[in-house]
Every structure is written in C-alpha cells, then in structure tokens.
Design a binder for this molecule. Structure first.
Ligand SMILES: Cc1cc2nc3c(=O)[nH]c(=O)nc-3n(C[C@H](O)[C@H](O)[C@H](O)COP(=O)(O)OP(=O)(O)OC[C@H]3O[C@@H](n4cnc5c(N)ncnc54)[C@H](O)[C@@H]3O)c2cc1C
Length: 375
C-alpha cells in the first residue's frame, strides 16, 4: 500500500494536516492512528482553552492567526467545534518572587501582547471583584484578553477528520506505526505497521504522534527529541452554589486552569497523573491538592463534588516548553512537544505544515520552533 503523504497520529494535528493537504490539492493522503481518532490529548473530558493570554511570545503570531480562524471553523469544516469566545483572564497575586511575574510585570506583558495583535487589558482589584464576586482577597489584578475562549477538542478533531475524509484522505484507525522505513541515503520512505504491513510514502512521512514521535525518530535517525510524556490531570467538579467563573481563567503563579461546563467547573493545569506499568492513573492526593488551589482562589466553592477525573490523555512536553516543528531527515516532518498548549494554535500550525510539505513553502511563523535551535 502506498500514499504520497503518510501522517502518523490521528489527533487534532494529524486530522487537521490531512484536511489542509487535501484542501490544497494533495490527492493521496493517509492518516495512521494506532487507536481511534482523538484517542490521545485531542480527546477526553471537557474542553480546551483557546488562549493567547500569557503564551510564550513566540507563539503569539500563531495565536493572532488562530483567532481569525476559530470563530468560523465550524462552517469551513461542516462540523461542530464547540468554540466559544468567552474572554480569558490570568489572575495576579503580586508582587511575585520572580522577576517574570507579579503586578509589576503585568503592564509590560499586556503591552507586548497587544503589540503582537492580542489586545490585552489590565484589571485592578475592583474590576476583578466585579467580574468574579467572592474571589480571594489575595488576587490583586488580572490580565484580560477578550479574544480568548474555549473549544470542544474531541468534536473539533472529529470534524477535521470528517472534512479530510470528504476531500479524499484515508483515515486508517487501528493501524499503529511500529517503525519508520529508511533508504540507504537516510531518506524516510514509509512506515512498517504494528501488523507487519509496509505503507510507502512517496513524498513525505509526517509524524504527528505527540509523545509517540520520540521513539520513532530515535529508531530511524538516532536523534532523541528533547521531549517527554506528561499526563495532565483534568477534573469535572460540581457545586451547589453558582460557580461564578464566567470565562477561561488561569493564574499567574498557581497551577490553575478553569473553565465552566454548564454549572460544573473543569479544572486542569495542576499536579498531573502518575505513570504506572498499567498506564497513567489519577492520584487522589494530587487531585485534592489541585482542588485546594481552586478553593484558595474561590473560597466559596467549599462543597465541590468530583464528577469525573482523568489523567489518561498523554501530552508531550519539550525542554524549552515550546513545540518542535520541522524535518528530522529527508522526507520526515515532525511536530511534537506541545507542552500543554498545543490545542489553540492547531488550526494554523496544521495549515502551515501542509503548505510546507506540499508546496515547499516554509512559513516564517514556524521558524522559532525549528529543531535547529537544539543543534
Ligand atoms: C488534559 C489536557 C488539557 C489540555 N488543555 C489545553 C488547553 O487548555 N489549551 C491548549 O492549547 N492545549 C491544551 N492541551 C494540549 C493539547 O490538547 C495538545 O497539545 C494537542 O491536543 C496535541 O494534539 P496532537 O494531535 O499532537 O496529539 P494527540 O491528540 O495526542 O494525537 C496523537 C495521536 O497519535 C497516536 N499515536 C501515537 N503513537 C502512534 C503510532 N506509533 N502509530 C500510530 N498512531 C500513534 C495516538 O494514539 C494519538 O491519537 C491539553 C492537553 C491535555 C491532555
């Protein structure tokens, strides 16, 4: 079996890149997914934040583009994304002990974000209290980005898959890549599947397998990607009082990321799940620790009941906390190391990857994420 482009990984990046390749005219595209579409970080509980606020500055040009795409993406794909532009805050308890944080640094961050096309407001204590009645007195301010929001990761990923399929891409689920095939000159020529089949890539293998990329690249090229696997812990919490958290909410110095799901609270961003020989697991003390951080900031949420908790969705983190996007060998394009914030930029990064591999036009927006930075 052979295709022009063989994508490994059926998360949002694999599906969206297949969609863009097909939309740009590629006639022979396959996505190999070991499990089922959205089985990894692009699926599971709750929603994902579409956040520019306090992102690494190198990612802000991508977010500016992504903010143009998200509101109408459901129309483009002919499928749901669950996107909602709620606005988003980063709460500040300053001054902080590190020079990068605190109320003193907030104005500079806001100015830099605004200059990068992400209009940012600074809120004082009173403004924060008017939006978040009952919030802890420790919170002294917030940085607010009106264009931030949330999306349904699973629905969006499946909508990309549907759109890619309608344009002719093949999605082969239950098909894992055991190793990459290489020619004697180092060119990557295809994939050997878990079942022992050979799938030839006439033009390029595009490795979008998140943490699964590391072993495949190491085996084929001898290069160890500077990434590792993490298991973010997401929980859905129920309260008998109103949550009073009207938008995507993060915190500058506490590990806290909050969204609301109807009347429930979705909490992530704190202590993670634990890897065990039987797979990742939720550790009760870590979950309690995360809830304690939430209750410290929102003290009126004292009666939280855990409806669901999940740490099974593996994500890859990179050594400098920004993704690695580029070629590791001739005909081998890799993107991984999203470091917990790969969701929001996916619609733009996937398009730029497709343009690079199909048209040979690398985007300057992806230059900061090149593997060259480690060499
Ligand atoms: C709990 C949680 C909360 C998050 N919150 C946010 C957020 O608020 N905002 C944000 O921007 N980002 C967030 N992220 C990060 C974001 O979801 C991820 O960066 C993004 O979904 C990564 O997409 P992906 O397609 O690269 O990876 P994945 O969705 O993990 O897809 C990779 C796929 O590759 C498959 N695979 C692996 N190895 C192989 C192989 N050898 N052969 C075939 N298939 C293989 C896997 O089964 C998987 O389906 C969060 C992540 C988690 C887990």
């Amino acid at each position: 079996m052979g295709f022009d482009f063989v994508i490994v990984g059926g998360g949002v990046y694999g599906m969206a890149t297949a969609y863009h390749l097909a939309r740009l005219g590629a006639e022979s595209v396959a996505v190999l997914e070991r499990d089922e579409p959205a089985a990894g970080a692009s699926g599971g509980l709750g929603q994902r934040g579409v956040r520019a606020n306090r992102r690494d500055l190198r990612e802000l040009p991508l977010m500016r583009e992504a903010n143009r795409v998200w509101p109408t993406l459901h129309e483009e794909l002919g499928g749901e994304t669950g996107y909602a532009r709620t606005g988003g805050t980063y709460l500040i308890e300053g001054p902080a002990s590190t020079g990068f944080k605190g109320i003193d640094a907030a104005e500079t961050y806001a100015r830099m974000q605004t200059a990068q096309g992400v209009p940012t407001e600074l809120w004082d204590r009173e403004r924060v209290r008017s939006v978040y009645p009952g919030i802890s007195d420790d919170v002294q301010g917030a940085s607010f980005v009106p264009t931030d929001g949330v999306a349904s990761h699973e629905r969006t990923t499946l909508s990309y898959a549907g759109a890619a399929r309608r344009l002719g891409a093949q999605i082969l689920h239950g098909t894992g890549a055991a190793s990459l095939l290489t020619a004697s000159d180092g060119r990557v020529t295809g994939v050997l599947t878990d079942g022992g089949d050979t799938i030839t890539a006439r033009r390029e293998v595009i490795l979008l397998a998140n943490g699964g990329a590391r072993q495949l690249v190491a085996d084929a090229t001898g290069v160890e990607l500077p990434i590792w696997t993490i298991y973010p812990l997401a929980s859905q919490l129920r309260t008998s009082t109103a949550a009073r958290i009207p938008m995507l909410t993060g915190h500058e110095t506490r590990p806290l990321s909050v969204k609301t799901l109807g009347n429930d609270v979705m909490l992530s961003g704190g202590w993670r799940g634990r890897a065990t020989p039987n797979g990742p697991e939720v550790v009760a003390e870590r979950l309690e620790g995360n809830i304690a951080v939430l209750q410290r900031i929102f003290p009126y949420l004292h009666d939280l009941e855990v409806v669901a908790a999940d740490a099974s969705r593996a994500e890859s983190a990179s050594v400098d906390q920004i993704p690695i996007i580029g070629r590791y060998a001739p005909h081998l394009f890799v993107a991984a190391g999203w470091s917990g914030h790969g969701w929001a930029i996916a619609p733009v990064v996937s398009r730029l990857i497709a343009e690079d591999v199909l048209l040979g036009s690398p985007s300057p927006l992806l230059a900061p994420f090149s593997p060259q930075r480690f060499r």
